[in-house]
Design a protein around this ligand. Structure first.
Ligand code: F6P
Length: 551
């Protein structure tokens, strides 16, 4: 299939013309002109409600963007992903995280293997292990039940498990505390170890490749710590692995019986649905974990079957293209108005930026347009008291994704109404702004002198017309969280198709890994100034001096 080029597509010119009009729009006026705007530009699917109406679009913009998706043959490419075609061409792999959440009894053959049966077999093993740990039947070496789970992994083997465990903490087993160690910086593990009792701790070494330097370093240190506190014969009760690499796992000293496998067709940043989610399953139990998978599957079905014009991931992806490539925004702020989703912006950073932070098409030619924007953010209302100033009045226009749950999982009075009021008020303020005339009349009504008004009016004016999307969940549950993550996964897919990228490789992380290996050998052994520039040599020399090494 030829690579799609956005500027060469038949609909590009029509979208450029639409842009000329859109530059004259004030979204607040569009609401006045069209009383049906909210209903026409909000959509539901898989238990989520998404309001796109505060974006700088109209119905015709969406119509043209859907044409763009048709130009790019989005539906065919989507179907190829779900069917297990090897769409990750640079690694010759299928992309089948969606198979991880398909119901038992389904069939999908990849290389003559029914992958759904394989997935279900691992899920069954994970479930019985998780239930043994949760019930206390799986005991530590002195006969006590496990109290602490430590997931050692990084990137996709860390961000998804940690984010979901925090998001679903109301569902957590009361005895089990989950911890996550990712950073090769020893401060991470060193701060945790004194809190643990080796006899009641279970380590999960989570690494697809089982070669990632950060994870292996932490795993070896955790193993050494354990062996200082318990006999080697007890290692099997306290260390399990999640990986695709049986040989490396057994070489590390973990029994193959305590390894939960997955497959090369699961990308790291799409792996929380696989055995990489073991820490989540231990925390919330296998039934809730299955509800999490079912929520994602509901979004998969929506993505596969809903018409483009009302398809949530399609519209979210396309409006993102509109904001990025036509209106020129270069970042998106993610604002979850739910404390339990505090780690969601960080999770999306890997999902979106490792997937679409690329500059060549699938055929190796250079992309002609800007690709993935910067993804960043923090919870509302915390962000409001930190960086929202810039979002309201800064020189750059940055779209915001607001995410909120209508019903809380706590029972404290007043908080929820205040939280939602803030969420809705922010999107209203971004869109509506406040004109100089509005500022003047407000200040006059307060009896402020004209001279003072004129001094302050520019400072107190808000330009408005700043786009945002609001995603509403009924409440944050395993099912709605699954649907929410899958919504963003498929949004990333849609954008990758429009930009003509391979969203499923990550060659950009390789160079630094190789250079770090060289430099590490020079920090521990002899320096090689011939290998580096002046700056890098200078930094290496300072580190060697600090460690008492001679030049
Ligand atoms: O370096 C990036 C990366 O390959 C991510 O894509 C991945 O999620 C992470 O490293 C961890 O990899 P692994 O699970 O193989 O340790």
């Amino acid at each position: 299939m030829p690579t799609f080029s956005l500027p060469a597509s038949p609909t590009f010119q029509a979208l450029e013309q639409q842009l000329q009009q859109a530059r004259t729009w004030q979204v607040r006026d569009l609401f006045k002109q069209d009383s049906g705007r909210f209903d026409a530009l909000s959509f539901e699917g898989a238990g989520l409600f998404v309001d796109f109406s505060k974006n700088i679009i109209d119905r015709h913009t969406l119509y043209l963007l859907c044409d763009l998706a048709r130009d790019a043959d989005l539906s065919t490419k989507r179907d190829a992903m779900f069917a297990g075609d090897k769409i990750n061409q640079t690694e010759h792999r299928a992309v089948l995280h969606t198979a991880l959440r398909r119901p038992a009894g389904d069939h999908l053959h990849v290389d003559d293997q029914n992958v759904i049966a394989d997935v279900q077999a691992v899920l069954d093993r994970m479930s019985s292990f998780a239930e043994r740990v949760r019930s206390g039947d799986w005991q530590g070496h002195d006969g006590r039940a496990i109290t602490d789970i430590v997931n050692i992994g990084i990137g996709g083997s860390y961000l998804g498990p940690k984010m979901t465990c925090q998001a679903l903490r109301p569902f957590a087993h009361p005895r089990l505390k989950t911890h996550f160690v990712s950073n090769v910086d020893g401060h991470d593990l060193a701060a945790l170890l004194p809190q643990l009792d080796a006899a009641t701790t279970l380590f999960i070494i989570a690494s697809k490749t089982f070669t990632t330097s950060e994870t292996m370093t932490n795993a070896q240190s955790a193993r050494a710590w354990f062996l200082r506190n318990a006999p080697e014969s007890e290692l099997a009760r306290h260390f399990v692995a999640v990986s695709t690499q049986t040989d490396l796992v057994t070489q590390f000293g973990i029994d193959a019986a305590n390894m939960f496998p997955f497959w090369d067709w699961v990308g790291g940043r799409y792996s929380v649905w696989s055995a990489i989610g073991l820490s989540l399953m231990l925390s919330i139990g296998s039934e809730q974990f299955k509800a999490f998978l079912a929520g994602a599957h509901a979004m998969d079905r929506h993505f596969q079957t809903a018409p483009l014009e009302s398809n949530l991931p399609v519209l979210m992806g396309l409006i993102g293209i509109w904001n990025r490539n036509f209106l020129g925004s270069d970042s998106i702020s993610i604002a979850p108005y739910h404390q339990d989703l505090a780690l969601f912006p960080g999770y999306l950073q890997q999902l979106e930026m490792e997937s679409n932070g690329k500059r060549v098409h699938t055929d190796g030619t250079t992309v002609e347009v800007a690709t993935c924007p910067v993804i960043w953010g923090d919870t509302g209302t915390n962000g409001q008291h930190a960086y929202f100033q810039l979002l309201h009045q800064g020189t750059d226009v940055m779209p915001v994704d607001f995410i909120a749950a209508l019903k809380p999982s706590h029972t404290l009075p007043h908080h929820q109404e205040r939280l939602l009021a803030n969420c809705f008020a922010q999107s209203e303020a971004f869109m509506r702004g406040k004109s100089a005339d509005e500022v003047r009349s407000e200040m006059r009504a307060q009896g402020i002198a004209e001279s003072q008004i004129e001094q302050l009016v520019a400072h107190r004016t808000f330009p408005g017309n700043r786009p945002s999307t609001t995603i509403l969940l009924d409440s944050l549950t395993p099912a709605t969280l699954g649907a929410l993550i899958a919504l963003y996964e498929h949004k990333v897919f849609v954008q990758g198709v429009i930009w003509g990228l391979n969203s499923f490789d990550q060659w950009g992380v390789e160079l630094g890994k190789v250079l770090a290996k060289n430099i590490e050998s020079e920090l521990t052994g002899a320096p090689h100034p011939d290998r580096h520039d002046g700056s890098t040599n200078g930094l290496i020399a300072r580190a060697r001096n600090a460690a008492g090494k001679t030049a």
